[in-house]
Design a protein around this ligand. Structure first.
Ligand SMILES: *[C@@H]1O[C@H](CO)[C@@H](O)[C@H](O)[C@H]1NC(C)=O
Length: 299
């Protein structure tokens, strides 16, 4: 008697589950092509906002407005630029990764390479800090710099944020159409870097240039290579200076979705060596799920 009551209850439960499953399946079938997407959000809500600064001379970047800037250093030499995106992760180009993690480190909070204490008319910042890299994640489809040119470097400890060290913002969520349309609304970007000073051993402040966002066809014509939604083409028509480093950030504001936060859109990938005309950047927006997966898996 007792056991048959249990059996009928069980039967009822199975029927309920089956009903729920049926409703879910029906919804999935009735709404084809609807991705399960979350609304846009910032990877790290404490990421940088634009701070009001005095006008800076020429191509020198603001000392306070680029706190995510990272130098990737291998065996004591500066090899690439990068961007802090969370307390433990720096995003750079895949072609910048070290041969091993041994001796690979990241310097944060620097402004003038070659001086210990950095000051401008905006004020002074504390000394830079070096962090060892304990893991490197390169996109598994990366072969050479023309595609999938991005890598995550995990620092061996979490970085405390301050006036001179803070991540740039990454926009997460949304679907691929939303991300592509957002990118089309950005007319220009900033690129920052020390401009390949590894060989020119001079004291040098961080440099900045504003680049126009070009249609990809512009870079396709210039480089004779196919590009897709994972690339950004940008440049200046009349600039003959090198203001960026491989792996360095291409940023912009996206006020409609990110207020006065500074958003990372691209990474310097190729073409920049010519120091004029258009260059190709890795578009980070298609890779946000790839980034999130690693950060969650290896926090
Ligand atoms: C570039 O940076 C300057 C100074 O930090 C800022 O005023 C300007 O709005 C930025 N431009 C873009 C496109 O983000």
């Amino acid at each position: 008697m007792h056991s048959s009551v249990q059996a009928s209850q069980l039967k009822l439960m199975i029927m309920k589950d089956a009903a729920v499953l049926f409703v879910c399946l029906a919804l999935a079938i009735l709404r084809p092509g609807v991705e399960a997407v979350s609304p846009p959000y910032l990877l790290d809500p404490q990421c940088a906002k634009e701070v009001h600064v005095q006008v800076v001379n020429g191509q020198d970047a603001s000392i306070l407005n680029n706190p995510w800037m990272a130098q990737i250093i291998e065996g004591g030499s500066f090899i690439c630029g990068g961007s802090l995106i969370s307390p433990r992760y720096v995003l750079t180009a895949a072609h910048c990764r070290g041969k091993t993690n041994q001796g690979l480190k990241v310097r944060l909070g620097d402004y003038n390479i070659g001086t210990q204490f950095d000051c401008t008319n905006e004020g002074c910042i504390p000394r830079p800090k070096d962090y060892a890299v304990d893991r490197t994640f390169v996109h598994r489809s990366f072969v050479e710099y023309h595609n999938y040119d991005l890598a995550l470097l995990r620092l061996n400890t979490a970085v405390p944020y301050g006036v001179h060290i803070r991540p740039v913002c990454l926009l997460m969520g949304g679907n691929s159409n939303w991300r592509w349309n957002l990118l089309q609304t950005i007319p220009s970007f900033n690129v920052t870097g020390w401009g390949r000073t590894a060989t020119t051993k001079v004291s040098f402040p961080l440099q900045q240039a504003e680049l126009q966002h070009y249609d990809n066809s512009h870079c396709i014509r210039s480089f004779g290579r196919q590009l897709d939604h994972t690339h950004i083409c940008a440049g200046q028509p009349y600039s003959f200076t090198c203001n960026g480093d491989s792996g360095g950030p291409l940023t912009a504001k996206a006020p409609a979705v990110a207020g006065n936060h500074i958003v990372l859109f691209g990474l310097v990938s190729y073409g920049f060596n010519q120091c004029n005309g258009p260059s190709v950047f890795t578009n980070v927006l298609p890779y946000t799920n790839w980034i999130l997966w690693h950060i969650n898996r290896y926090p």
